[in-house]
Write a new protein. Structure first.
Length: 391
């Protein structure tokens, strides 16, 4: 359990990280481990890396964990790590969606900070219960919407907050891929198999997997909340049990209007996340596949290109940059930024000081709840022939 120190006590070690899920054959587990190590703030020391005890043991050995810090299940891990003098400071939960809630509860009850993949849970009821427990615990609970860690995404948010676009009118966001354009779930692909299984993925497919990222990005940059939506979910690949494409209209609390498209059957697109925001004075455009450039278009003037850690970058963007402009940063660095920000929040608590304000942009359990509400609203709307549904 994390214990605050005296005001002059300086943390002189890496934070200790545990991981649930992410063993052999898991894509996202490796991403989390790389991201956690990139800025040298974390050390992986424990794990319950698979629901299969033998795979968990072998995966822990692959990562050179000590034998007594390799666990067969997360409940055992939470109980034992809580009692250890050198127990973990935080846990990363990188399992399929259906296992997030139980694992997060176990570690919150053990007094251990939580870093959880999205979506937070598979039901709104579980999400609300988990958020209540997180609030009562007082612990850090981060949800890894990693695109919020990109320098120019944070700059776009700051520009909107500073009024450089004026009142926001229109938000257009899309996230399109093609990797599920065929029955990948029948080829032995572990990633496709669980993502298309309602028992593990939850009530939505593409909407839950990548639509939640687009939704989170829209709210994050706009600084506004979606109040209602009209959605049509589609399943184009015959025999698939969950959606692989969706179109939605969005209404924001401020009166702004939006559209969201997510697809995993868009032939030729690899990871096409992009967002355009238009206000009464200017517009912004950002593409994840070319993330080091943000286009700012004041009304009646030529567009201006803002470069990451270069011309036009501001303090919030520079604080999330690691290398000079012109050297590309992207997916792993965006993920790493969240881990570094969480480390700063936890270290500040241990040292009895205020954290850097730049570290407070990490999505929280409350943003995780928003994502689950978005999924359920989209499914409900589609079932009602795209009727408008409140979040």
């Amino acid at each position: 359990m994390t214990i605050a120190g005296s005001p002059d006590q300086k943390l002189n070690r890496r934070l200790r990280l545990g991981m649930v899920g992410g063993g052999r054959g898991a894509f996202i587990g490796a991403v989390h481990r790389i991201a956690a190590r990139l800025d040298d703030r974390w050390e992986l020391v424990a794990g319950a890396l698979s629901s299969d005890p033998e795979r968990a043991r072998a995966s822990g050995e692959d990562l050179l964990l000590k034998p007594d810090r390799i666990y067969g299940d997360f409940n055992e891990m939470a109980r034992r790590e809580r009692r250890l003098k050198d127990g973990i400071d935080a846990v990363a939960i990188v399992t399929p969606n259906h296992a997030h809630a139980a694992a997060a509860r176990a570690f919150l009850k053990a007094g251990i900070h939580v870093i959880c993949d999205k979506p937070l849970t598979t039901t709104r009821r579980e999400a609300d219960q988990l958020a209540k427990l997180a609030r009562e615990s007082g612990l850090v609970f981060a949800v890894t919407h990693n695109y919020t860690g990109y320098p120019l995404v944070r700059q776009a948010r700051a520009m909107v907050q500073a009024g450089e676009l004026g009142a926001i009118r229109v938000v257009q966001v899309e996230y399109a891929q093609d990797w599920l354009a065929t029955r990948m779930e029948e080829t032995g692909s572990k990633q496709a198999e669980w993502r298309t299984d309602p028992a593990r993925s939850g009530p939505a497919g593409a909407v839950g997997d990548i639509g939640t990222h687009a939704f989170n990005l829209a709210e994050f940059i706009a600084g506004d909340e979606v109040t209602s939506l009209s959605a049509e979910l589609h399943t184009f690949v015959e025999g698939r049990r969950l959606d692989d494409n969706a179109h939605m209209m969005l209404r924001f609390a401020s009166g702004a209007k939006g559209m969201l498209w997510c697809s995993q059957v868009a032939a030729g697109l690899e990871n096409g996340l992009k967002i355009r925001i238009y206000g009464e004075k200017a517009g912004l455009e950002w593409h994840q596949e070319n993330p080091n450039y943000l286009v700012f278009s004041p009304l009646g003037e030529p567009p201006r290109t803002i470069r990451r850690n270069g011309y036009g970058a501001d303090d919030v963007s520079r604080a999330a940059s690691r290398i000079p402009g012109g050297h590309p940063e992207g997916y792993l660095e965006g993920f790493a930024q969240l881990y570094t920000d969480v480390a700063e929040q936890i270290a500040a608590r241990m040292e009895n000081r205020e954290p850097s304000p730049f570290s407070l942009q990490v999505p929280t359990v409350e943003h995780g709840v928003r994502g689950v509400r978005f999924i359920e609203a989209a499914v409900r709307s589609s079932q009602r022939k795209a009727a408008w549904v409140d979040l």
